[in-house]
Unconditional design. Structure first.
Lengths: 111, 113
């Protein structure tokens, strides 16, 4: 099974703070995704990537940047965090054959 | 973009009975429909999927039905057990390799012993 590791597991910051969420996958998957999970909204796609240096905009990109530095590493950046970005964030990877493998999630709280 | 609606948001059933979750989608180009299960404190995991060339698929106690004309698909869990208690998400994708899944809002299933 694909291994997707997220860090940190929990993060608390203040409004206006700068946050970076990290994701690493070790199964040579080309596709990586950042989702946020909120009650009543399910999983919503923020950004995704086809490979190193590639970035695609998802469905809820406002307030987020992302960068794919290598095939393994995908980062989500919140440069001016707001309370509306308090959420559970999941990274996922895929080899393009449609199954998503999710990490364990990062719970972000913006005070 | 694609929109996926999922109902109900909360479902409580007695152990041994059946549970049904329904989803609808808007994009007629969608051709892949997976279901993910998320246990408390865990990440979502794929449990079953169906492609547009099929109308029904069964894996053990899980049955997925797809009605392309109505743009609806559903998950049926027969003979539910306490271990089936979890959050369930449906999703839809137009494929094409980018696997840009659009998820439904989720259903919290509780199986009462």
């Amino acid at each position: 099974e694909a291994a997707v590791t997220q860090s940190p597991r929990n993060k608390v910051t203040v409004t206006g703070g700068n946050v970076t969420l990290s994701c690493r996958q070790t199964n040579s998957h080309n596709y990586m995704y950042w989702y946020r999970q909120d009650t009543g909204h399910g999983l919503r796609l923020i950004h995704y990537s086809y490979g190193a240096g590639n970035l695609q905009i998802g469905d809820v990109p406002d307030g987020y940047k992302a960068t794919r530095t290598t095939q393994e590493d995908f980062f989500l950046l919140l440069e001016l965090a707001s309370p509306s970005q308090t959420s559970l964030y999941f990274c996922a990877s895929s080899d393009g054959e449609e199954t998503l493998y999710f990490g364990s999630g990062t719970r972000l709280t913006v005070l | 973009g694609e929109q996926v609606e999922q109902l109900p948001s909360i479902l409580r059933v007695q152990e041994g009975s059946s549970a049904s979750i329904n989803c609808s989608y808007e994009d007629s180009a969608s051709n892949y429909f997976p279901w993910y299960k998320q246990e408390p404190g865990e990440n979502p995991k794929l449990i079953i999927d169906i492609r547009s060339n099929m109308e029904r698929k069964q894996i053990q106690e899980l049955i997925v039905l797809l009605d392309k004309k109505a743009k609806r698909f559903s998950l049926h869990i027969t003979d539910t057990q306490p271990g089936d208690s979890a959050m369930y998400f449906c999703a839809a994708s137009a494929g094409g390799g980018n696997n840009k899944l659009t998820f439904g809002q989720g259903t919290v299933l509780s199986v009462i012993p």
